[in-house]
Design a protein around this ligand. Structure first.
Ligand SMILES: [Zn+2]
Length: 64
């Protein structure tokens, strides 16, 4: 994931489980975890924090 502020490559900081709040999120829910995985990213350049919910192909391979 690239930082929207300075364009640096952001570090994957954490994953947390959240309850789905939209129909799209409910559809992308991870059945095994009973929720949506929210991935948090931090920029090493400017300190910008961003997050992204659900549908992480990377995460699926990590679980397996
Ligand atoms: Zn940045």
């Amino acid at each position: 994931m690239t930082c929207p502020k300075c364009g640096a490559e952001m570090n994957h900081q954490a994953d947390k489980l959240v309850h789905p709040v939209t129909r799209e999120e409910a559809a992308s829910m991870t059945p095994a975890l009973d929720g949506v995985v929210e991935s948090v990213f931090a920029c090493p350049g400017c300190g910008w924090i961003d997050s992204r919910r659900g549908g992480e192909p990377l995460r699926k391979t990590e679980i397996r």
